[in-house]
Design a protein around this ligand. Structure first.
Ligand code: HEM
Length: 145
């Protein structure tokens, strides 16, 4: 088995799974918005559903992030070399995780449901941060090598 191909497979699959969980969460939040910003009883039901989904999602996302990180570090070590490009990717990945985790603690965790739509928009700002960071890392990956 070609170790290089195996690492690239883990790297790309990890990235795809991570990206997929973010998009799935965005669609769920869009679908749940009327409930979470509406009547109290429905908001409680939907927030329970959201919490259950996020619990499952974080399990997959955690494994995916670790796969991307480990395979990326191994690819850099054995094949790519510690180039500025590899360091840029490491830096961007750390920045992405710090920005999203920081925003979750600051703006998402304090929300209680039902909330008004203005407050709910914090979720969409979180996705804007996350997807912008994915776009930057992918641009660096494909165009600045
Ligand atoms: C610790 C962070 C990372 C490191 C050290 C790293 C390192 C690398 C290396 C060395 C390669 C080249 C593989 C090869 O062709 O031999 C690669 C490819 C790739 N990486 Fe990363 N990576 C990191 C994070 C990420 C992240 C966060 C993403 C997605 C947003 C990503 C997406 C990709 C993609 C799509 C490729 C394939 C490019 C191609 O086939 O030409 N990487 N990465």
């Amino acid at each position: 088995m070609d170790f290089h191909a195996l690492l690239r497979l883990a790297h790309i699959t990890g990235f795809a799974a991570w990206f997929g969980t973010i998009l799935a969460t965005l669609f769920l939040l869009k679908a749940l918005e009327p409930g979470l910003t509406g009547e109290k009883e429905q908001a409680e039901e939907h927030s329970l559903l959201l919490r259950r989904f996020i619990k499952l999602e974080t399990k997959v996302a955690d494994v995916a992030v670790i796969s991307v990180l480990l395979s990326g570090l191994l690819l850099a070590h054995f094949y790519e070399g510690w180039t500025p490009w590899a360091f840029a990717k490491i830096g961007l990945m750390i920045l992405q995780i710090a920005l999203t985790m920081g925003y979750i603690v600051k703006a998402i965790q304090p929300i209680t449901y039902p909330c008004d739509t203005a407050k709910y928009r914090a979720w969409y700002r979180l996705f804007a941060i996350s997807l912008s960071m994915f776009a930057i890392v992918l641009l660096v990956t494909f165009f600045l090598r």
